[in-house]
Ligand binder design. Structure first.
Ligand code: FAD
Length: 397
């Protein structure tokens, strides 16, 4: 009999297991393939290591990146240096270190798949291929397509996903690339790892037709920037949950004896697709709730600590991914330090979407000055009208 059973030893599950074990709470964690190279950019924002310094202290290799190139829908390029670095891990290394930390603190781990669970009185019976286990609290940390979530009857909604494709190239780089498209709600990334380059693309999911379209876009990017790599491409696909306001308000992610964390709870920032921070943060909140015997407060606390920012990001998603907005942001970044700062903060995960409007308002004249200062009269006029349109549209949101 265990106090807590955790399904999934990704970043969320292992971190939860570590926090519970450290406090002497008996828990068992199941994962049939952990640690594995989960499909992921592996980018860990500065916000994550600032809030959870233990992630930065993990004994595993990582690439620390300070530079980026943003490519607009019309292929304009701008280089942006970060104020805070982006830290990029191989997921196998990151997940392995976190799981080790949990095990060293006393967690039980079984490399097994959870096939089924049922509630028997006050206890969960969890079945794997090798046997049954009993526990008081069940935690679903089993990722974007969480079976635990489905079995607990927590619904997914239509259009609830991004679809993503990624491959690894045998290339060494020291900067990240973000490429936007005129007709895609998402972006393409190129993230340098310690031993390779992860190149991927993610877009809101509209069904099967996404697959070929995205594959082509990714292939063209590789062909253009790394032509010598086109023969060795092996793309893998995965879903990323799309967080929406409706989800956290209408859909339960906990009860008195179960909870969902990380991707299983759809905790991914919809504009950037950042999920590692939220998997770890939701694990930390859940650990506090379990240790304090306040499991039913978990959802409310997630909303309080980070949910509102995710909700806001979901609300401005459509606006953000308009070609005009992206084009103007990248164009303005060429000239404006204030806009480069916003982009750098977005990568660091430090953008507060709730106060972004106020920030735009405050920075308007600074951006305007940067943007038109070295232009001729005709360009100045064109840029001012562009900028005013962009800002007034944004302020209407
Ligand atoms: C292509 C792509 C790129 C991404 N890039 C980034 C990025 O750069 N930065 C970022 O912050 N986020 C990124 N994300 C999102 C990020 O990967 C996730 O948000 C994060 O991994 C969620 O962590 P988790 O612990 O909730 O789930 P996961 O890390 O997905 O872990 C779930 C675990 O559950 C296990 N499992 C599943 N079913 C069972 C079962 N029945 N029994 C036992 N075990 C089971 C799986 O094997 C897996 O190990 C990306 C996602 C994708 C798809």
């Amino acid at each position: 009999m265990y106090k807590v059973v955790i399904v999934g030893a990704g970043v969320g599950g292992s971190y939860l297991s570590y926090l519970l074990s450290k406090k002497g709470l008996d828990n068992i964690i199941f994962d049939f393939r952990a640690p594995h190279e989960k499909l992921c950019g592996g980018g860990v924002s500065y916000k994550t290591v600032a809030k959870f310094p233990i992630i930065d202290e993990l004994p595993c290799p990582r690439k620390v990146v300070w530079k980026s190139t943003f490519i607009s829908p019309k292929d304009r390029m701008v280089k942006v240096e970060f104020e805070k670095p982006l830290i990029i891990f191989n997921r196998r290394d990151l997940d392995h270190s976190l799981l080790n930390m949990a095990r060293e603190s006393g967690a039980h781990f079984r490399k097994e798949k959870v096939h089924a669970f049922t509630l028997e009185g006050d206890y969960w019976r969890i079945s794997t291929e090798t046997g049954d286990y009993m526990a008081e609290i069940l935690v679903g940390a089993d990722g974007a397509l969480s079976r635990t979530r489905r079995k607990l009857n927590v619904p997914y909604m239509k259009g609830d996903y991004f679809f993503s494709l990624q491959c690894f190239l045998n290339v060494q780089k020291d900067f990240v690339i973000y490429k936007f498209f005129p007709d895609l709600e998402g972006y393409l990334w190129s993230f340098p790892r310690v031993d390779c380059l992860a190149v991927g693309i993610a877009s809101k999911y509209y069904g099967r037709k996404n697959y070929n379209d995205m594959k082509e876009r990714l292939f063209h990017f590789i062909e253009r920037y790394y032509p010598e790599q086109t023969k060795r491409i092996s793309m893998r696909g995965a879903y990323i949950p799309f967080f929406s306001a409706k989800k956290l308000q209408d859909v339960p992610i906990c009860s008195k004896n179960w909870a969902l964390i990380g991707d299983a709870a759809s905790f991914v920032e919809p504009i950037s697709g950042e999920g590692i921070y939220y998997a770890i943060y939701s694990a930390e909140i859940l650990a506090r709730c379990i240790l304090g015997n306040e499991l039913t407060l978990f959802q409310q606390l997630c909303m309080k600590h980070f949910g509102k920012n995710l909700v806001k990001a979901g609300q401005i998603f459509d606006y953000f991914y308009q070609a005009e907005f992206l084009e103007t942001m990248v164009t303005m970044a060429e000239k404006s330090k204030a806009i480069r700062k916003i982009l750098s903060e977005m990568v660091a995960g430090n953008i507060d979407y709730l106060s972004l409007k106020g920030r735009f308002r405050k920075d308007f004249f600074k951006v305007l000055y940067d943007f038109i200062s070295d232009s001729d009269l005709a360009t100045k006029k064109e840029r001012i009208s562009h900028l005013v349109k962009l800002f007034t549209n944004y302020l209407k949101l």
